[in-house]
Ligand binder design. Structure first.
Ligand SMILES: NC(=O)c1ccc[n+]([C@@H]2O[C@H](COP(=O)([O-])OP(=O)(O)OC[C@H]3O[C@@H](n4cnc5c(N)ncnc54)[C@H](OP(=O)(O)O)[C@@H]3O)[C@@H](O)[C@H]2O)c1
Length: 308
C-alpha cells in the first residue's frame, strides 16, 4: 500500500526540502521494495539494487533507476538505505572493496535487523572506513510503509540523524531517534520482538490446545483478542513495578499464576501437545516462589532473570 494524496500532502514540506536528495536502496526483498516505493512516491530520485536480479522491475517502471552493481548503486545516492535479511548479508554487500570505496563520505542507514552487537561493530567498521552510519529498526509490516502507521527506530550520531531526518520521514509514520549508541535501535527491536514472538508462540500453542478441545481457531480468535486487550495496562503496571523495585502481587500473586500455568501444561500434555515454553515460564515462577516471593506479582520474574 502506498500513500494516498492526503498522506503525500501532509508530508509535502519535508518532501520539498529533500527534492534534490538522491537515495539508493540496497536490498529489494518485500521491505526494501516498500521503502524504495515510498521514496519514489515522495518524489525522491531513487536508485535500487538487489543481489538477485529482476526484483527491481516494478520499481523501474515507477521511475527508479536500476543499478547493475552495488558500487554503481552506492555511487548514485547521497543517502544509502540498506534493507537485507541481516548484518551478514549487509556486510557481504558493503564490505566488497569497490562498494566500501564508493561509500566513503556518504551516509548509510542500515535498516536490516540484527543484534545490538552487530550494529555496534558495523558502526565501528564504517567509522574506520570514512563512512557515516546510522542504524535503524522497522517495527511495522511492509503495508504500513509510506503511511502514518509506519514505525521506525533510529540510533547513531544525532547530528547525522537530524541531517537525514527529512528524507527518512518520507517513509511515513513515526521516526524516533533513540540515542548516540548505534546499537540502541537494535536493542529496542530485540526487546520488542521478544514480546511479539513469545506472544505469537503462545497464540500458536493456544490454537493447538483449543483444537484438541474441539474449539476452532475462528471460535477462539475473538476471545484471544480480548486477552490481548487486557495486556497494555498490565505492561504499564509491570514497568512501574520493575522501575520501582516493588512487586505487589495484590490481586494476582505468583502462587496463583503458577497454578494456572500448571493447568495449561497438564491439559496440553494430556493431549500430547508440547508445553515446553510454558514449562520454562512456570519453572521461573516456581523458582521465585521457592525464594520466598510467592505473594509477589509476576513482575518479580524480571528481577529473577535480570543480569544485575
Ligand atoms: N517484511 C517485513 O514486514 C519486515 C518488518 C520489519 C522489519 N523487517 C526487516 O527488514 C529486513 C528485510 O526484510 P524483507 O522483508 O525485505 O525480507 P528478508 O527475507 O528478511 O530479506 C530479503 C533481502 O535480503 C537479501 N539478502 C539475503 N542474503 C543476502 C546476501 N548474502 N547478500 C545480499 N543480499 C542478501 C535478499 O536478496 P536476494 O533477493 O538476492 O535473496 C533480499 O533483498 C529484515 O532485516 C527484516 O527483519 C521486515
Amino acid at each position: 500500500m502506498f500513500p494516498t494524496a492526503e498522506h503525500r500532502a501532509a508530508r509535502g514540506s519535508s518532501a520539498n526540502t529533500s527534492a534534490t536528495v538522491t537515495v539508493t536502496v540496497l536490498g529489494l526483498g518485500p521491505m526494501g521494495r516498500a521503502l524504495a516505493g515510498a521514496f519514489l512516491e515522495g518524489g525522491i530520485r531513487t536508485t535500487v539494487w538487489n543481489r538477485t536480479p529482476g526484483k527491481d522491475r516494478d520499481l523501474i517502471d515507477r521511475g527508479a533507476t536500476g543499478a547493475a552493481s552495488p558500487e554503481e548503486a552506492v555511487s548514485a545516492g547521497d543517502l544509502v538505505v540498506v534493507c537485507v535479511v541481516n548484518y551478514d548479508a549487509s556486510d557481504a554487500v558493503l564490505r566488497q572493496e569497490a562498494v566500501t570505496a564508493a561509500l566513503k563520505g556518504r551516509t548509510v542507514v542500515n535498516l536490516s535487523a540484527d543484534t545490538p552487537a552487530r550494529a555496534r561493530s558495523a558502526g565501528r567498521w564504517a567509522a574506520d572506513h570514512g563512512i557515516r552510519c546510522l542504524d535503524g529498526a522497522i517495527m511495522t509490516p511492509t503495508t504500513t510503509i509510506g503511511t502514518p502507521d509506519a514505525v521506525f527506530l533510529h540510533s547513531g550520531p544525532a547530528d547525522l540523524y537530524e541531517e537525514h531526518r527529512p528524507v527518512l520521514e518520507i517513509l511515513g509514520g513515526t521516526h524516533t531517534h533513540l540515542g548516540e549508541d548505534i546499537g540502541r535501535a537494535a536493542a529496542y527491536d530485540l526487546a520488542l520482538l521478544d514480546i511479539f514472538w513469545t506472544a505469537m508462540s503462545g497464540y500458536a500453542h493456544a490454537l493447538a490446545v483449543a483444537d484438541a478441545e474441539g474449539i476452532s481457531a475462528t471460535e477462539l480468535a475473538p476471545f484471544a483478542k480480548g486477552i490481548g486487550a487486557i495486556i497494555p495496562p498490565v505492561m504499564d503496571e509491570y514497568a512501574r513495578d520493575v522501575a520501582g523495585g516493588t512487586y505487589s502481587g495484590e490481586g494476582n500473586p505468583l502462587t496463583s499464576a503458577a497454578s494456572s500455568m500448571t493447568h495449561v501444561i497438564d491439559a496440553s500434555e494430556a493431549h500430547g501437545i508440547d508445553a515446553g515454553p510454558m514449562r520454562v515460564a512456570e519453572g521461573w515462577a516456581r523458582r521465585a516462589i521457592g525464594l520466598g516471593h510467592g505473594g509477589d506479582g509476576f513482575s518479580r520474574l524480571t528481577e529473577l532473570l535480570a543480569r544485575r
